[in-house]
Design a protein around this ligand. Sequence first.
Ligand SMILES: Cc1ncc(COP(=O)(O)O)c(C=O)c1O
Length: 441
Amino acid sequence: MAVPDIKTALPGPKAKALIDRDKAFVSPSYTRGYPLVIERGTGATVEDVDGNVFLDCAAGIAVNSTGHAHPEVVRAVTEQAGKFLHMSGTDFYYEPQVRLAEELAAIVPIAGGVRSFFGNSGTEAVEACIKLSRYATGRDNIIAFLGGFHGRTMGSLSLTASKAIQRRGFGPMMPGVYHAPYADCYRCPIGLKPETCAAECLDFIDHQLFVHLVSPDEVAAIVVEPIQGEGGYIVAPDQFLQKLRELTRPHGILLVADEVQSGMGRSGRMFAIEFSGVEPDMVAIAKGIASGLPLGVASARAGLMAWPPGAHASTFGGNPVSCAAALATINLLRTQLMANAADVGAHMLAGLTQLAGKHPLIGDVRGRGLMIGVELVRDRETKERATDERDAVVNAAFRRGLLVLGAGKNAIRFSPPLVLTRDQADIAVRIFDESLQEVRR
Ligand SMILES: Cc1ncc(COP(=O)(O)O)c(C=O)c1O
C-alpha cells in the first residue's frame, strides 16, 4: 500500500457526514485538531472512511505501540475473547491478570519485588498511585510539576498543571497538592544554562516549598513524568531525576514515575526513567501497554502495596482481554520493538534536527526513541511561542497524509507506533519539511 495516499479533499464526503453526526451527539469537550475518521489501520498506516491512507505518527495519542492490528496482538485478543470477556479480577482470579503482574514485576525498574494494581486508564493508574502513597505513608500532601499532565479525574487533575482549560470550572481541586518548576532546559524556569546547571530548579522544593508551605515529613509523594508528554515532549536531564530521588529519600517521600506516555518501550528503554538509573517507588503505566485496549496499572515496591482487601479496586480493571493484549505487547516490545524504537527514533531525531537548519520556525528538537518533540518559535532569540503556526503545520501535515499531534502550547509530537521503519521515518520527515515550508509561505 502506498503511504500516504490522499485521494479526496479532506475531510472526504463520508468523513464529513460522520463528523456532522458526532457534532450533534458526542461531548464537545474533545479536542480534535483535524478531521480524521479512521476505517482501519495496519502497522503505522491508517486508512480513513473515504479510502485515504495516512502515515501515523500519532498512534492514538502514543498508544498503538505495536502498530495497528498487530497480528500477534489480534490473535491473543481473539483467543481470550473466545474464552471469556470479563469476570472481574477484583472478586475472582484468572491467569492473564496474574501472568501480567508477574511480567510487570520483571520489567518495572524497581528491585526486590513488585506488586501491581489494575485499572482501565492512565488517570486510574495515577489515582491508584496517589491513594497508595497516602495510605502507605499516612501523609496527605503530593508534589507535582508545572507543565505536567497526569489525567482528568479529580485526584490526577489536581496534579495536572498543563493547560488551564483542563482545570477551569472544575475547582476546588484536591487539597494538599503543590507544584514545582520542571526541568524545561530549552526554557529554563530559573534562567540557567543546561551545560552548567545541576538541576537547580529543584531547589525550589527544598528552599521554597519545604520552608514556606509544607513540611517534608507531611509529603507523601512526588509525582514526575521522566519525559513530560502533553507538556511538549520535554526530556528531563538525568541529573534532575537523580537529584529528585536524593531529595525524597531522607524525608521518606515516595517517588512516583508517571510513565503513562513515556513508558512501554517508546523511549527505546522499557521505561524512560531507566536512562537516569533512578529507582522510583511506584510507576503509573497505561497507553502503550496493551496496544490500544484499555488498561492502566500502578506498579509499586511490593512492601508498599500492603493495603487490605476492599481498600481499592475496579470492576473492569485488568480486563482479561486487555491483559492478553498486554502480554502479547510486552513480548513484542522485548523481542523487537523497543530496539526498533531506539534505532528508528535516533534516525528520525537526526532527520528532524537537520530540518532546523532550513526552517527558522524550529526552536528545539528533542526526544528519546520514538518520543520526539519539535518546538516551534517565531523568533529563536526571544523564543516567542508559535502556537498558530504549530496548528497550521499539524494541519498541513494532515492534508499531505501525515498524522501528528500538538503538545504543549507550541510543540509538535512524533509518537508513532514502534513498528515504524526507517523508510517511513524518512517519509514523515519529508512531509514535515513540506508542511513547514507551506506555513512559512
Ligand atoms: C503522563 C500521563 N499521565 C496520565 C495520563 C492520563 O491517561 P488517560 O487519558 O488514559 O486517563 C496521560 C494522558 O495523556 C499522560 O500523558
